[in-house]
Design a protein around this ligand. Structure first.
Ligand SMILES: *Cc1c(COP(=O)(O)O)cnc(C)c1O
Length: 361
């Protein structure tokens, strides 16, 4: 008997998400030492976790036998204070990715539509398939979201429209004024999702929290990037209380674990780590731009902590770099087979990547 024949057909058809390859896996496969491998494949924080979060998690370990605070009281309170909103405006998730799932559970039924960019974060499209919804993929222009075309793609069946700003994998942003105009133009039956996983890297972010308080907007943020807690799986959403209350119904009672709650709470105000991360990222991006220019490689100027570079044959260069102990991300899944995406690492890691790339070209 075949499980596939019993399973829901749409589940069998869901494309498999290919994450950045873990260091240990590559080490096992290639017979390399894990310590000799660097991973610049998942936009992780090269400086490591927020030190304040680490200390708080060590303390929290001793209470691991207790269920976490399912309501995430202290973390939501701290986030509300920081953002100038109420606790009722905030939902926590096992990574901001889980909140994307809440959005589908809450708003999307089979046959509904969502709108996303064709080079936007691929999870939106995968999730649409999981919920038997149609994903209208609107072509990017100039490596960024085409907001006018996205507005035009909205129909009576559209429930969600996703804007990753800055976007992954392109690293591009939309202009604040264009985003404001887009949000004001949306019909009342559509929820706009602003995925702001990299928003802290912008010097002039849009007033997205204001949008969330006034419009049908859900803002998604994460502890995975700027404060370096990707392994904990914690993120949050900001929206009007009525919307957040719906998300509270669809989540599991203890969706966020106690270490993530403790680490997140300490990281919210770890301004030192955030400042260092931004400075390291800025220097790393400038270095990549100089080196890609020297190597005559096309690249996409980035507003986040990673960069797209055109290497001719992305899969081949990905494999070649991997042999040299440098893990990057090939971009075939984004229909950009000539490109790889590289995350900003420590200066020595960035130099090692460039040296390995130079040999591969
Ligand atoms: C990394 C990333 C996230 C974060 O996901 P988490 O589940 O919070 O780790 C969300 N959206 C985009 C576009 C990302 O690149």
């Amino acid at each position: 008997m075949s499980f596939q024949s019993i399973a829901n057909q749409y589940v069998c058809d869901v494309p498999v998400y290919e994450p950045g390859r873990p260091i240990e896996e590559v080490a096992r496969e290639l017979g390399l030492k894990p310590s000799g491998i660097i991973k610049l494949a998942s936009n992780e924080n090269a400086l490591g976790p927020s030190p304040k979060a680490l200390a708080a998690m060590r303390k929290a370990l001793t209470s691991s036998h207790l269920y976490p605070d399912g309501g995430g009281f202290y973390l939501r309170q701290a986030l509300a204070k920081k953002l100038g909103v109420r606790m009722e405006n905030i939902i926590l998730g096992t990574g901001s990715n889980e909140i994307i799932e809440f959005l589908f559970h809450t708003f999307v039924a089979p046959g509904d539509e969502i709108v996303a960019g064709d080079r936007a974060f691929v999870i939106y499209k995968i999730m649409a398939q999981m919920f038997q919804a149609r994903c209208l993929e609107v072509p990017f222009i100039g490596h960024t979201h085409d907001l006018k075309a996205m507005r035009a793609a909205i129909t009576g069946k559209t429930k969600l429209v996703f804007i990753a700003n800055p976007n992954n994998p392109t690293g591009t942003r939309v202009k604040n004024a264009e985003l404001t105009a887009f949000i004001k133009s949306l019909p009342a039956h559509v929820v706009c999702v602003l995925d702001e996983a990299y928003i802290e890297f912008l010097d002039d972010p849009p007033p997205s929290i204001e949008y969330a308080l006034k419009h049908n907007v859900v803002v998604l943020r994460t502890f995975s990037k700027i404060v370096g807690l990707a392994g904990l799986r914690i993120g949050y959403g900001v929206a009007q209380p009525e919307c957040i209350a719906l998300f509270q119904r669809v989540r599991q009672p203890f969706n966020v674990n106690s270490l993530a709650l403790a680490g997140g709470l300490a990281a919210v105000n770890d301004t030192g780590h955030i400042r260092k991360t931004k400075a390291l990222t800025r220097r790393g991006l400038a270095y990549f731009e100089r080196e890609f220019t020297r190597l005559k490689l096309e690249f996409v100027p980035s507003c986040a902590n990673f960069m797209l570079v055109n290497v001719g044959d992305g899969d081949k260069v990905f494999r070649g770099l991997q042999q040299r102990g440098v893990i990057v991300r090939p971009m075939r899944a984004y229909k950009m087979p000539a490109w790889v995406r590289v995350t900003v690492g420590l200066p020595a890691e960035n130099r090692r990547f460039i040296a390995a790339l130079e040999r591969e070209m």
